[in-house]
Design a protein around this ligand. Structure first.
Ligand SMILES: Nc1ncnc2c1ncn2[C@@H]1O[C@H](COP(=O)(O)OS(=O)(=O)O)[C@@H](OP(=O)(O)O)[C@H]1O
Ligand SMILES: Nc1ncnc2c1ncn2[C@@H]1O[C@H](COP(=O)(O)OP(=O)(O)O)[C@@H](O)[C@H]1O
Length: 627
């Protein structure tokens, strides 16, 4: 999300090759946030000596026993607040292992806006808790915002442990209380560290006062936490920022397209599609930030690419892979945080939506609900959002937008709203997905809640080549589950193609639609309390992921099972004689022969022929998945 107002303070950064960790801190001054940031800067020796001397002097004058590290940040904040305009200050420090940028967001009234601004690109959020006070409303609020912003790692620093006699019991109590709240949030990596920012316990060195704590000190955790895989390296996205047209005397004219890679990996030779137009081509060359050709481009590299075909591309278009496209549409569902004091977001109002390199006008078609960030209560009667409020909103854009779910990609899944008359940024949005039904169709709620149904449903999604053994396994799964009294239903690709999907062939677009429909229907079955067993080649990773997303969005369980039988073995089995026919050219677009199969990289289970008969495997799956 690109929100301005950024100001850098602190030591200059050496943008060397060390990995960069973006940190957001949340908590109030009382919790010791300023002291903690000061301590991190101090202990990593990046405070300027003169600043340090002045702090020591002031601390001594105030009679403080310890250098008051809070002065370091509070002093700067006081300076900043004279100008008021700067909400978020960035500070840099480095250790031999990593570089760090801390977004220091003042914790007062503007907390939500500041946090959305400062934390939207963070890799890790530190939420501070005062060990004496425990989990407070604001702790929950900050944790919720961190999860809403999709910050992959959340660290709870339980501070002021010195004031609770370094009590393990108190720490365990706080941890248990917070963990039960966090289970309601979308937090994948949660770490608790007992610290005393003031005394330095468990900041850099392991605290001798808390021998019971076996984990890493905070700075060590910040140095070690694994962030490389947080980047989306699957969905290749290059929003075109500008077009380079070399004008050469010899008439050479080979356009290239520049932008920052927003997802996935691009390589010369890759097939690409240019959206929203849908033209396909191939990457000829890629040039890196220094202008030299590169073999690979990945986020957040700034690159320019040339294509093998002359296509008319302009700023705001997006280069992606033909088999893995972002959503293209004019209606989006999003969580919006409102930034403006002067105005409110109101149904029917129009704004400029800026997302990656695209800008278009859009109208707010509905405010679905306003969220109370403290209680997570949804107020569905709301039709406005005021300063710092967050709500679920649908927008209708004049031009098509190309986007992913924010959960999937924080770049292509976010936007800002700009007031056309004042040119002010008035809101920031995180896209949940497309609105397929247009503004005229409403959602009718059911009077049966999920826990009133006799069973919790789920989907088991079997993917693999034709002949890999999906159907044989699916049949065994269905038989066993039904025999055990569970409602279960098999959806086999072949069978669905006789009815629901009888209008679809085997071209890429038809297969995508086939997988989309099947995913939707499976989710309905799972919602009804049944186990939907899907047996579908489903060769495209992006569509399988979408099937999972449909389930995730409704809180339904989705298990992807990769039936990993090598092509040679499938071809040897060839139960329908289709491989032989494909080899003879009588069947075209056959998966594995002249149509791709993208192997799952993150399947929940992988089954190979060595695992035994379909019956054995079905038994093991039911046991492993706890069905
Ligand atoms: N061109 C081509 N490519 C792949 N498969 C073909 C093709 N033509 C027909 N068939 C038969 O259709 C079955 C695959 O349909 P699916 O709906 O599972 O395919 S997909 O998910 O849309 O790719 C598949 O069934 P299974 O062998 O059970 O997988 C084939 O029998
Ligand atoms: N675990 C297995 N070991 C050996 N052969 C198998 C196994 N599972 C399935 N088969 C055989 O492989 C062929 C293809 O199986 P099928 O379930 O129809 O695959 P798919 O639905 O993936 O096309 C069938 O002849 C089936 O009997």
């Amino acid at each position: 999300m690109t929100v301005t107002d950024h100001e850098a303070t602190g030591a200059p950064v050496d943008l060397g090759r060390k990995e960069l960790l973006r940190l957001a801190t949340a908590g109030s001054v009382d919790d010791g946030k300023s002291t903690l940031i000061g301590r991190l800067l101090f202990d990593s020796k990046s405070i300027f000596t003169d600043q340090m001397e002045s702090i020591e002097r002031t601390s001594a004058e105030r009679g403080d026993e310890y250098a008051n590290l809070a002065l370091l940040t509070d002093g700067l904040r006081a300076e900043r607040e004279q100008g008021i305009t700067i909400d978020v200050a960035y500070r840099y420090f480095a250790t031999p292992r990593r570089k760090f940028i801390v977004a220091d967001t003042p914790g007062h009234v503007q907390y939500t806006r500041n946090m959305v601004t400062g934390a939207s690109t963070a890799d890790l959020a530190i939420v501070l808790i005062d060990a004496r006070k425990g989990v407070l409303e604001q702790t929950r609020r900050h944790a919720f915002l961190s999860s809403l912003l999709g910050i992959p790692h959340l660290t709870l620093a339980v501070n002021k442990m010195d004031l609770v006699d370094f009590s393990q019991e108190r720490f365990d109590e706080i941890r248990a209380e917070f963990a039960s709240f966090a289970s309601k949030l979308n937090v994948t990596d949660l770490t608790f560290v007992p610290v005393s920012a003031l005394l330095g316990d468990n900041i850099v060195e392991r605290s001798t006062n808390m021998p019971w704590y076996q984990g890493s000190p905070l700075l060590h955790h910040l140095e070690e936490v694994h962030i490389a895989s947080d980047r989306n390296l699957i969905d290749a996205r290059l929003p075109v920022q500008y077009v380079i047209r070399p004008q050469r005397a010899d008439g050479y004219d080979h356009r290239s397209y520049a932008g920052s890679v927003a997802g996935g990996v691009f390589r010369p030779g890759d097939d690409v599609v240019v959206l929203p137009g849908g033209f396909t081509s191939r990457i000829a060359e890629i040039w890196g930030p220094g202008g030299a050709p590169v073999a690979e481009a990945f986020p957040p590299m700034a690159v320019s690419v040339s294509l093998t075909d002359e296509i008319d591309i302009t700023r705001g278009e997006m280069i992606a892979r033909p088999n893995n496209r972002p959503w293209v549409g004019r209606d989006v569902d999003a969580m919006v945080c409102w930034f403006s004091e002067a105005t409110t977001l109101t149904e029917g109002n129009r704004y400029v939506v800026a997302s990656t390199t695209t800008q278009t006008r859009a109208q707010v078609t509905a405010v679905d609900y306003r969220l109370d960030v403290n209680t997570l209560h949804r107020d569905e009667t709301a039709d406005t959002l005021s300063l710092n409020e967050i709500g679920r909103v649908t927008l209708h854009a004049q031009q098509p937008l190309m986007f992913d779910a924010y959960r999937r990609n924080r770049d292509t899944g976010s936007f800002i709203l700009v007031d056309e008359t004042t040119n002010q940024t008035v809101g920031a949005g995180m896209i949940t997905g497309p609105v397929n039904h247009g503004a005229t169709i409403v959602w009718h709620g059911s009077k049966v809640s999920r826990d009133q149904r006799p069973y919790a449903g789920a989907t088991i999604w079997l993917t693999g080549l034709s002949g890999s053994g999906k159907s044989s396994l699916a049949v065994e799964l269905e038989r066993r589950l039904v025999a055990a009294g569970r409602p279960a239903y098999l959806m086999d690709g072949d069978n669905l193609r006789h009815g629901l999907n009888s209008d679809l062939g085997f071209g890429d677009a038809d297969r995508r639609e086939n997988i989309r429909r099947t995913g939707e229907v499976a989710a309905l079955f799972a919602d009804s309390g049944a186990v939907a067993i899907v047996s579908l080649i489903s060769p495209f990773a992006a569509e399988r992921r979408r099937a999972r997303d449909i389930h995730d969005a409704s809180g339904l369980t989705f298990h992807e099972v990769f039936v990993d039988t090598p092509l040679e073995e499938c071809e040897r089995r060839d139960p329908k004689g289709l491989y032989a026919r494909a080899r003879r050219g009588e069947v075209t677009n056959f998966t594995g022969i002249d149509s791709p199969y993208e192997r799952p990289e993150h399947a929940d289970l992988v089954v190979t022929p060595a695992d035994g008969t379909p019956g054995d495997v079905a038994e093991a799956i039911i046991r492993d998945l706890g069905l």
